[in-house]
Design a protein. Structure first.
Length: 142
């Protein structure tokens, strides 16, 4: 006759095996010094090395995405003098969502007027506030 502890252990092993089917295993080679740092940090946080690594990778990927998104936005926001010379025209729009001017970072609220900027040889979407539109319109006339 099987005791309850033996049955519980078997059930736990089956559940663990089913859980592992959905996960992938990732192996990485690290230096002894790095492994020791990771082990110390895991012990300090009272978690396994595997859980620490998983948490670090998830956090790093999230931060990586956030940083790239922020950098991409900053790069898109500021038009060079050459790009300002390449403005083909503007399309007046009424905003449905809050956004910011891609030239000066001024917050633009929903239901206000903004301008889509069309550039020669570019498919980039650029939104200008009225002030930036007026400044670049004067820039083009000069």
């Amino acid at each position: 006759m099987l005791c309850q502890a033996s049955i519980d252990k078997r059930v736990h092993i089956v559940i663990q095996c089913i859980h592992m089917i959905n996960n992938k295993i990732l192996n990485a080679r690290v230096s002894k010094k790095l492994y020791e740092k990771i082990s110390v940090e895991a012990k300090k946080n009272r978690i396994t090395v595997s859980n620490l690594i998983r948490n670090l990778v998830e956090d790093a990927l999230e931060i990586h995405d956030d940083i790239h998104e922020a950098v991409d936005k900053k790069i898109r926001k500021y038009l060079s003098e050459t790009e300002k010379q390449n403005i083909l025209g503007y399309q007046e729009i009424v905003l449905v969502k809050n956004t910011v001017c891609d030239n000066c970072d001024q917050p633009l609220k929903a239901s206000t007027t903004a301008y889509l900027v069309f550039l020669e040889n570019k498919d980039t979407r650029v939104v200008f506030c009225a002030n930036c539109q007026n400044k670049t319109s004067q820039f083009k006339k000069s």
